[in-house]
Design a protein around this ligand. Sequence first.
Ligand code: ADP
Length: 153
Amino acid sequence: YSGKTEINLFSQEIKNIKVSDIMSVPVIVTENTSVYDAIVSLFLEDVGTIFVVSNGYLMGVVSRKDLLKATLGGNDINKVPVAMIMTRSPNIITIIKDDNALNAAIKIIDHEVDSLPVVEKIIKDEKEQLKIVGKVSKSNITKLLVEICKGGS
Ligand code: ADP
């Protein structure tokens, strides 16, 4: 192949892969969880981002840096709930499981975040709510890149 054909095949392959094919299990806490407990979850579950829910619906995102920042203020991190420090809905960048892997990668790069909650939209009391069904992170995208380049999928 010429280089251009190869790149076209590669981009076609990535567009044919769905978010549901590469997503992983999200780590989820409720909004009253303390910053301390969120940090413990981050280590125990070996993730960089935690999603926050209320009544099962997406409310926020807490990253490593959010948690680090919360430890600098001199507050008792056992008493500060993650709801105080999270990035809140509707400012959360999400993706649905039927979208493709390239769009997930584009969102991650354009919005400068490490991971996206994979969501299902639900209408509840005439309001749109989001249920979390997975997570796509830079790691999932990198794994996909390696799989494609090794020719095994
Ligand atoms: P880190 O803080 O470890 O560098 P990120 O780059 O993912 O991780 O997070 C940067 C900021 O963006 C944080 O304040 C975090 O709350 C927020 N953030 C992370 N993921 C998302 C997302 N999917 N949508 C909106 N904001 C996010």
